[in-house]
Structures are given as structure tokens and as C-alpha cells.
Design a protein around this ligand. Structure first.
Ligand SMILES: NC(=O)c1ccc[n+]([C@@H]2O[C@H](COP(=O)([O-])OP(=O)(O)OC[C@H]3O[C@@H](n4cnc5c(N)ncnc54)[C@H](OP(=O)(O)O)[C@@H]3O)[C@@H](O)[C@H]2O)c1
Length: 328
């Protein structure tokens, strides 16, 4: 089968379209014929091996342990292991699965759920990583409640477009921060207000928010706290940049250290993939409360181009790699 393989860390030039063996599912695993795979900044980090912190965390010191890139996926079940009970050959599924930038990908059955009936394989393929992060940021760490004023920084990005819709589904009054050409998009997915960060400073002290979710921008902690209500909650999800060793993590650590000493709650987290949340996201999509926003679609052979586009840091929703379209 064709797959995007890397044998060393580096720029997009380390990504090669190669012919490799098809994975063989274990007893509790499902082999999926991949129709589409989503990509996000995490794919870039694993490709580059940056910040170095991720190598120490177990992704491989000198080279990536998993040679086929990609995690998000949607496709059709090709074969199932002996003890698989939830899926049958031919089922349409989506979820998170290492090595999804390939014609076939394999993972435990609990990594998948039935594909939402009302969206395409391409839309379903971009849900897992960004959807988990947005859901857990808004619901579990932000604890967003109806009527609360919520600010989402990076509202037009992969996580931001999910976070805006999820916060609206919970009844919040949502303000999205993005660049000039994306304010229409941010309003179109339900934000009550959009702030163009090139024209307006959300931290000028005029507005205070009950919850701030920061997915981008790397504004200093003191700026974020200035925009937060006295007993508000800040959730730092991410933000690119920072040094080669720790990336943007310094800001997150400072928030955790300061939080016990101030009235505001300053939080951060690393998203986890759970089957319950995958089912929850499926329901949000099927009920029409969340619709994945698609930026660009690339064929598998142009994965390096897609990663280069993401690395520019100005995504407009999610980027898709259409696998079946190219290889069918
Ligand atoms: N904590 C976790 O578990 C977790 C999980 C996944 C990802 N992350 C991290 O979360 C971050 C966001 O991921 P993503 O997938 O949403 O990235 P993305 O799809 O690349 O989107 C980033 C968005 O931020 C916007 N942006 C850039 N500078 C900004 C600024 N100064 N103010 C406001 N918006 C700005 C960009 O567009 P415009 O500038 O054009 O508006 C873009 O839309 C990344 O750093 C990623 O590594 C964390």
C-alpha cells in the first residue's frame, strides 16, 4: 500500500510517499481502508521532532518510533480481528489512528466510532484530534455554562472552529479572535462577536470574559489575565513558537504555577482520545450543532504541501488529505 513515511526528523523533505506492507490487525483491532485523513500542527511537530520535549516524552529520541505519519482518519472497515464486536467489514468509521496517512490504517476498535451519517468521509476525517481538544477545553477544563461570556483565541483554526461551535452548543455568548479575512467565517459558525486581532486588542481592559480558551497568538499571561473576569477561567490549549526545547510550554507552566495564588483559574491540559468523547462528537455533528470546517484538500502525494501550508500558521478550519480519491 502507499503511505507517507519518514525515517528521520526534519523538514517536509523527510516525508516520502512509499510502497509498504499493509498492517495486519491484531485480535482487538480493525483495519480501515482510509478514504481521508486530517492533518494538524501535531503532524508537523512529530515530523520535525520539535520541540525536543516530545522526543523525551517517548516519540523517539533520534528518529520517530512510528514511521507512518497521521492520526485522524475516516474510511471503511476492511477486516476485523477475532475479538472485535463493534464493527463489521464494510462499516463506515472515523476516529484517531496512528499511521492514517496511508491507504490502510489499523487500531483498536475503541479508537473508532460509526461515521456521522450527515457528513462526508473528508469532514469526518478531521474531527478526532481537534474535536477532542476543543471539547475537553470547553466542557471539561473551561466548564462553560449557559450565558457565560467566552473568548476563543484562534477561532478560525482547526481547534478554534470546533471550540466556537461547542461553546455555542453549551449556550455561551462567544467571541472569536482571528485575522481580518476570517471574521465572516467565525461569525458564520455561530460566534456572537468576532475580533480582528490586527485591528483590535481583546486585552485592552474594556471587556472581561468568564472563560478564555487560548489556541493561538502566544499573548503573555498578564495580557490574558487582563481580559479575564476576576473569578474567570483561562485554558491555555496551545500556540506555536517558543524555543526548540520546550516550544510554547513555558507559558502553560507559568499559568499552572501561578494559579493557586490568584482568584482566577489558570489551566492547561493535553487532550486525550476517549471513545465516549468520539461518540459525543458524533452526536454533536449528527444533531447539526457542530459542522467540521474544511480549509483545503490535498491528495496523499501532496502531503508535504499540506504540512507546509499548516506550518504557516494561518489555517482556516481543517486541512484534509484525500487518500481514496487518489488511489481508488
Ligand atoms: N493541549 C492540547 O492537547 C493540544 C492538542 C492539539 C493541538 N494543540 C496546539 O494548539 C494550537 C492550535 O492548534 P490548531 O490545530 O487549532 O492550529 P491551526 O489549525 O494551525 O490554527 C491556528 C489558528 O490560529 C490563528 N492565529 C495565528 N496567530 C493568531 C493570533 N495572534 N491571534 C489569534 N489567532 C491567531 C491562525 O489564523 P489567523 O492568524 O489567520 O487568524 C489559525 O487560524 C497548536 O499550537 C497545537 O500544537 C494543543
Amino acid at each position: 500500500m502507499k503511505a507517507i513515511v519518514q525515517n528521520e526528523y526534519g523538514s517536509v523533505d523527510v516525508l516520502e510517499l512509499r510502497e509498504i506492507d499493509r498492517p495486519i490487525p491484531g485480535d482487538d483491532e480493525v483495519l480501515v481502508h482510509v478514504h481521508a485523513a486530517g492533518v494538524d500542527p501535531g503532524v508537523w511537530h512529530l515530523m520535525a521532532g520539535l520541540p525536543y520535549l516530545i522526543r523525551i516524552m517517548g516519540f523517539g529520541l533520534r528518529a520517530p518510533k512510528t514511521r507512518v505519519r497521521g492520526t485522524d482518519v475516516a474510511g471503511r472497515v476492511e477486516t476485523v480481528g477475532n475479538s472485535v464486536t463493534q464493527f463489521q467489514v464494510g462499516d463506515e468509521v472515523f476516529g484517531g489512528c496512528d499511521g492514517s496517512l496511508a491507504e490502510y490504517a489499523c487500531a483498536r476498535e475503541d479508537k473508532f466510532a460509526p461515521k456521522p451519517a450527515n457528513v462526508s468521509f473528508e469532514q469526518a476525517a478531521v474531527v478526532a484530534a481537534s474535536g477532542f481538544t476543543a471539547l475537553q477545553g470547553v466542557r471539561d477544563h473551561g466548564k462553560v455554562r449557559p450565558g457565560q461570556k467566552v473568548l476563543i483565541i484562534g477561532a478560525a483554526g482547526g481547534i478554534g472552529t470546533f471550540a466556537v461551535q461547542i461553546a455555542k452548543s453549551l449556550g455561551a455568548d462567544v467571541t472569536g479572535v482571528c485575522s481580518t479575512t476570517k471574521t465572516d467565517l467565525v461569525r458564520s459558525i455561530g460566534a456572537d462577536h468576532a475580533i480582528d486581532y490586527t485591528q483590535e486588542d481583546f486585552a485592552d481592559g474594556r471587556q472581561h470574559y468568564d472563560v478564555i480558551l487560548d489556541t493561538a497568538g502566544n499573548r503573555p499571561l498578564r495580557h490574558l489575565r487582563r481580559a479575564l473576569a476576576p473569578r474567570g477561567t483561562l485554558v491555555i490549549i496551545g500556540g506555536e513558537g517558543g524555543g526548540r526545547w520546550f516550544g510554547g510550554v513555558g507559558r502553560q507552566l507559568r499559568a499552572l504555577l501561578l494559579s493557586p495564588f490568584v482568584r482566577q483559574q489558570l489551566r492547561t491540559f493535553i487532550a486525550t482520545d476517549t471513545h465516549a468523547d468520539l461518540e459525543f462528537l458524533k452526536e454533536l455533528i449528527e444533531s447539526g450543532q457542530v459542522t467540521p470546517v474544511i480549509d483545503r484538500t490535498y491528495p496523499l502525494s501532496e502531503t508535504p504541501e499540506a504540512i507546509r501550508h499548516l506550518a504557516e500558521g494561518h489555517a482556516r478550519g481543517k486541512t484534509i488529505i484525500s487518500v481514496r480519491g487518489e488511489t481508488a
